[in-house]
Design a protein around this ligand. Sequence first.
Ligand code: OOG
Ligand code: MG
Length: 263
Amino acid sequence: MNPQQVSELAAYILQAQDEKYEIRKLTAEKYPDLTIDEAYLIQEQLMKMRLARGDAILGPKMGLTSYAKLKQMHVTDPIYGYIFKSMHVPEGSTIMLTNYIHPKVEPEIGFILKNELKGPNMTKEQVLEATEYVFPAIEIIDSRFENFDFTMPDVIADNTSASGAVMGTTMRKATSLDLETIGVYLTINGKVKTIGAGAAVLGHPAEAIAALANMLAEKGEVVEAGQPILSGGLTAATTIAKGDHIAVYFGENLGSVEFFVAN
Ligand code: OOG
Ligand code: MG
């Protein structure tokens, strides 16, 4: 794949994201053999295009880190992408469905590091040592592909369906919680839709941050301190609709997060 093809595909995805319409997945027609490495090049190009127009990176995210997510999306491995400033949804605020294509929500545990993390061979223990706080979050994902259907390279090129992040204001020391047994449930209009526990994410959510550091190390990059990092959906994702009130509740005093969808 040459640089011009990478740019064309990034522009194709970005336009769908900007104008809120579904596109055919890249592997459906012209690029059935798209590789994971090529897909990350497209993601990187997409990122450059966003930065060039004044957007900024809020922090990295891991995706497809739980069995529930892998099974729901029919894929096999964790991936990473980036949450941008333009995707930030203030806690308790109301979003417009027209700003999305077919959004879904998932409960996540966020991390903020006090020290940068440099792979390879990063361990969960090293992640916990480097963690300043964990916080509760809801990610809004919105695949640009028809029917939310994609292969691994497609979803990587599409910046892991990143579309919105609602970050809770509760900040806890990671070492003060049991992040394996911590429970979580997500409600829509007061009805419980999904339930999970911290261990759903790679056995321990800090493993997702270690995996991020180890993947970034292949490119000579680090996980920076001070940025919010999402460790991946703890449960399958849930579709949202007009008028919904979405809330996520964590155990261990990690608190809750909520937002609304306008009518
Ligand atoms: C890909 C993004 C996955 C997560 O937390 O697992 C993700 C998708 O499911 O569309 O963000
Ligand atoms: Mg997610």
